[in-house]
Design a protein around this ligand. Structure first.
Ligand SMILES: Nc1nc2c(ncn2[C@@H]2O[C@H](COP(=O)(O)OP(=O)(O)O)[C@@H](O)[C@H]2O)c(=O)[nH]1
Ligand SMILES: Nc1ncnc2c1ncn2[C@@H]1O[C@H](COP(=O)(O)OP(=O)(O)O)[C@@H](O)[C@H]1O
Length: 203
């Protein structure tokens, strides 16, 4: 019987490359782990697909899900709700597979309270100038929004102290490799391994 899967939480300032690194991790054949698709009230960007990038819902639908206790965590971020539906996460962890959440800091702190054995990783830019360059190159924000995101980034970077690991996203393959090493080591933590043995001998 397999052990319960591990919950991996990835956060970091807007534009640092969370989405890009997540995609690269899912394409890598490193480990069978699963991305939890979030629910949001934000409008889809061009090319984004419902059920793949996010579940795009109305404010009413989102608030109904909160009232039904269906969210593992949720937060408001720049005028919209974002949250993690609980059911998929629990089912996947119970079946022994790892789950990756890509969420902002307030939500991550709620997960920390409910799932203290999760692994919390903060992705950082090599420096703030490079962060601004990446947001600019992505081309989805005007100058005023970029300034707002940069201001928020400075606040978010201060929250790094609440995480277990800091990973620099200098080059994508390097960042992916660092995260995979962390996951590998976390799976070898003695309490996890003991748990697995207990299950094997039927305790
Ligand atoms: N708390 C929480 N944050 C989320 C969730 N899904 C996405 N986010 C975060 O919400 C923020 C805004 O996401 P988005 O509008 O897609 O813009 P991005 O900055 O380009 O990623 C990012 O920091 C995401 O990591 C979620 O389910 N819960
Ligand atoms: N290591 C990297 N080096 C250079 N550019 C990167 C790197 N990682 C991501 N990017 C680019 O930076 C921009 C922001 O990345 P994205 O994944 O959208 O960030 P986030 O999800 O954190 O907001 C994108 O244009 C992406 O291609």
């Amino acid at each position: 019987m397999s052990n319960r899967g591990m919950l991996i939480v990835l956060s970091g300032p807007s534009g640092v490359g969370k989405g890009t690194v997540r995609q690269a991790m899912l394409e890598d054949e490193f480990r069978d782990f699963h991305y939890s698709v979030s629910m949001t009230t934000r409008k889809p960007r061009p090319g984004e697909q419902d059920g793949v990038d996010y579940y795009f819902v109305s404010r009413e639908e989102f608030e109904q899900e909160i009232a039904n206790d269906g969210m593992l965590e949720y937060a408001q971020y720049v005028d919209n709700y974002y949250g993690t539906p609980m059911k998929y996460v629990n089912q996947t962890l119970d079946s022994g597979r790892d789950v990756l959440l890509e969420i902002e800091v307030q939500g991550a702190m709620q997960v920390r309270e409910n799932c203290p054995d999760g692994v919390f990783i903060f992705l950082t830019p090599p420096d703030l100038l490079e962060l601004r360059n990446r947001i600019q190159r992505r081309g989805t924000d005007d100058q005023a929004t970029i300034d707002k995101r940069m201001q928020k980034a400075a606040d978010e970077i201060k929250m790094m102290e609440n995480y277990d690991y800091a990973v620099v996203n200098d080059e994508i393959p390097n960042a992916v490799q660092r995260i995979e090493k962390i996951i590998e080591s976390e799976h070898l933590r003695v309490p996890r391994v003991i748990d697995q043995y207990k299950k094997m001998i039927g305790e």
